[in-house]
Design a protein around this ligand. Sequence first.
Ligand code: CDP
Ligand code: MG
Length: 727
Amino acid sequence: DDGGEARGSKGRPFSEQESWEDQQIRRSQLEFGAKDRGHAGGEYEFVFDDAVEFVKATAMAGTEPEDETDELGDEIDAKAMMQRELEDQRKTLPVYKFKDELLKAIAEHQIIIVVGETGSGKTTQIPQYLHEAGYTANGRKIACTQPRRVAAMSVVARVAQEMGVKLGHEVGYSIRFEDCTSEKTAVKYMTDGMLLREFLGEPDLASYGVVIVDEAHERSVSTDILLGLVKDVARFRPDLKLLLSSATLNADKFSDFFDMAPVFKIPGRRYKVDIHYTVAPEADYVDAAVATVLQLHVTQPPGDILLFLTGQEEIETTVEEILRRRTRGLGTKIAELVICPIYANLPTELQAKIFEPAPPGARKVVLATNIAETSLTIDGISYVVDPGFCKVKSYSPRTDAESLLVRPISKASADQRAGRSGRTGPGKCFRLFTEHSYRQDMADDTVPEIQRSNLASVVLSLKALGINDMVSFDFVDPPASEGLLRALEDLFALGALNSRGELTKTGRRMAELPLDPMLAKAIVASERYGCSEEVVTIASMLSAGNAVFYRPKDRALVADAARQVFSAGGSAGDHAALLNVYTEWEQSGHSAQWCADHFVQPRTMRRARDVREQLEALLERVEIERRSCSGGDLDAVRKAITAGFFRNTAQRRRDRLYRTLKTWRTVFVHPSSGMARLDPPPRWVVYHELVETSNEYTRQVTEIKPEWLLEVAPHYYQENNLDAPEP
Ligand code: CDP
Ligand code: MG
């Protein structure tokens, strides 16, 4: 019985007149029908024939005359033509009509808030306008910050293209562990976190003439802190221009914050968007999303589809699922569906693909995380499929647990998402939740990240900037004092602050490292144990992403065995395993074949190498000697790790589960850990992080000796914490 498997392809095409609700009802009725009859052949044929006709029509309509450029034609000409085309496109953007007015406003005011729909050209155009208008003539740069890495990179590629310059020359970008700028760079796109780091070296931002805090509505922690800092800088640097840009209309809040700064509105073009809800809640939104996408594909007129999902893993399985159902249900007769995933860790080469138009006759479906809500504009989207979820980071100072959970989005988010379908023409948005839950269950707005994050890293940066009194810092929305207090306690325990709350030498060094304070502390501590080389390698591997290994389904056992070798069957611990992977990869000459043989992701390894290079350079800056505990004194490495992660200590109970030492929570060792199968499991461990799903899992676990805790964190642990009998 394959009923239900190919639900999306089996249902009859939606007709234009029918409501979404009716379609939903009919869809489920059809499934029943198909099951009762035991086959669904008839339905299939119907979908096929109809779809083929539809595809033919689409192909005809979409086919453009063959490019008849003379093969010997001048390449330069083609290039010039493309440049002209880009030039024309720039002029069609909503912001273009307001260029002069905007420049005038900027000339007259120091601080301006720019509000405009996603896609109006704020991010790509305004920095160019300012550059052209001479704001960089004095040798000062324009900074344009983005809350997301991917957005910074993809936008800058477009801008370089439009300006006809090589990326990294006049236009460049800077994201954590990746700097693509040069002496020449006048327009610099960067993550908000990177500009925050630049404050450490240049508290008055003297090398910048203009700072654009873009996507301010996203309210990332770094953006919020930046807003407080630039507000201060603007007071004593009247020559600095400050622009805040936002895609949503709640600009008043920013205007109030910046002493009633004027708001410049770019009227957007926005077409009507038909919103459809499901009649009943969907039990499995991924399944429902796949079905909806396929159904839209075979039934709806041309136009690309944008599907919002919550993360990389979910996107990858959904891509697989679409491919599987498409080939099963539809064979090759149906129009091509070009599948484009986009998420933070997608390799740069693949990111460009989402902006390429689908070939004539084909339809593009973009599977994106929240990034496509406002940060990226993808042209040609006519249909949005919105399951109504996103991954939300949340942190509770009381339990000290940070988690990334899939949660319902806010009404504001849902409306932004729907709007993505109405940019170039009337659009349709298919919400996989009910109208009732939109009205009754969804919050109006998303809580700013600063009110749901662990603040240790932020507080450390602020302290390094000389801001001692957190409570009087000018926050747009202040974090809860409980969270601030917790961060101060943590930094004190790590030795980054003294008992008066002042930054120590250790704290200053930690602040220089663009890492979580615990990881930064491990590196600083590695000096004492003579193993900075090893700990930096481990830190690089931990920062390069979670996907070190891959596990093909058909070779899962071989892959698991290959993986176990690196941790000596688990007994060496996960940190040492990461170290071994990196060392062996290096010994192989960074060989791709080696990666394939050991089920290691080459991409992660290359990234780890980049991170490592940067961290090495920083070691010099914070004057930590590069030393290796060669001969493999892993205890030295483990002690350094413990010096950073001692708060993440767990003790095994008699039932083999672990209990965290300070917060008394029951946690499981993540099945991906080499230690998950150790028998008996070690009694004392430290872990890199807790991942909360159905249970709380520790990831990247290493065995320690309890007496190390007294050595590395004497004011955090006392003897009597450690001599408790096996619980
Ligand atoms: O920042 P805002 O949302 O206002 O718009 P933008 O990011 O400046 O995008 C303006 C236009 O540039 C989009 O509508 C796209 O046509 C184009 N664009 C692109 O083709 N490729 C990119 N990577 C970014 C933008
Ligand atoms: Mg933008």
